[in-house]
Design a protein around this ligand. Structure first.
Ligand code: GZL
Length: 312
């Protein structure tokens, strides 16, 4: 009745005077674009005033944005840290200004975890591991040369997705990564690096599988393989991570074989943690983990339909 309505009111009215500054990496991938649009939706749902700064993938722009949010006296700061190191000083300034910081979708290497309230991310080591396990199961015991498209150098997902995948295939000596290079999580770079792999691997004939740290680089790789007259998804196994609509489309066309889901909604749990902290002093866990799940071609068409209007 009334009490509940008042509680609801106080919750949302409390959120209504909350301003959050979000230092977003950029729009390097379909997943990143979806994360930005979902964050705007989640802020709107809670009546939160959201200010987003796009860093065009540059850490110095993120640090500038955080300093400007501190100067504006925002209620909380979200940051998706493009790389894992170099944050201690600016996060110390936010801490001294008593502005809680939440890490979204990537983590930082810091000995001092008091520099952030919580990190909302998936388990990116697990994502790499399930990708490796799926490939091992699919290949069986025949020799398989794998080429790997790594994410942004020094970013926590690139480091962890490599770690998890390496651990999984270490158990299968017939699986070997013969080439590994960063495609910086973008389609263009993923295509460019795949073209160089094809040249180096005698026209790509010796490539058994492509492991890409995200779907956007995989989509670039598919284009490069097709232009070289090869058949990705048929002669070459294609496994990647993010579960973006265009990858489901590629799977439905028989050009990709598996993707591991990464929800773009990191902001919902982040907003709720900040509201509970500021309203009732409730300390969230240091890591709020989002779920990951492997998707295969059998449900690709349905999953594509379910996601295509999500703002990717
Ligand atoms: C992972 C996230 C990665 C996505 C990419 O949590 O940081 O960044 O996998 C994006 O698509 O560039």
């Amino acid at each position: 009745g009334t009490v509940c309505a008042l509680a609801m009111m106080s919750g949302s009215s409390f959120a209504a005077d909350l301003t959050v500054g979000f230092s977003q990496i950029g729009s390097e991938s379909g997943w990143r674009a979806a994360e930005t649009s979902v964050t705007k939706l989640e802020a709107k749902k809670r009546g939160i005033d959201l200010k987003i700064a796009d860093a065009q993938q540059k850490q110095e722009n993120q640090i500038k944005a955080i300093r400007s949010f501190i100067a504006q006296g925002v209620g909380a700061i979200f940051v998706a840290p493009v790389v894992a190191t170099g944050w201690d000083d600016v996060l110390k300034e936010a801490k001294d200004a008593k502005i809680p910081v939440v890490l979204l979708d990537r983590t930082i290497d810091s000995k001092d975890d008091s520099l952030y309230l919580t990190a909302v991310t998936s388990d990116t080591v697990y994502e790499g591991r399930v990708a490796g396990e799926w490939l091992a199961k699919t290949v069986g015991d025949k020799p398989c040369n794998i080429v790997e498209l790594q994410g942004t150098v020094g970013s926590s997902p690139a480091i962890n997705r490599k770690k998890g995948f390496d651990e999984a295939i270490a158990k299968h000596p017939n699986l070997k990564i013969t080439r590994s290079q960063t495609g910086d999580f973008t389609r263009a770079k993923g295509k460019e690096v795949m073209e160089s792999f094809i040249k180096a691997e005698n026209g790509g004939k010796s490539i058994c599988a492509v492991y890409a740290h995200n779907d956007d680089m995989q989509i670039g790789a598919i284009q490069a393989l097709k232009e070289a007259g090869l058949k990705p998804g048929k002669d070459i196994l294609m496994v990647s991570i993010d579960a973006v609509p265009d990858l489901f489309k590629a799977m439905a066309n028989g050009e990709a074989n598996a993707t591991v889901e990464l929800t773009p909604n990191m902001a919902g749990p982040a907003f709720d943690a900040v509201i509970a902290y500021k309203k009732d002093g409730k300390m969230p866990p240091k890591w709020i983990q989002t779920e990951s799940k492997v998707y295969l071609p059998d449900t690709a068409a349905k999953e594509y339909e379910a996601r295509k209007d999500l703002g990717y």
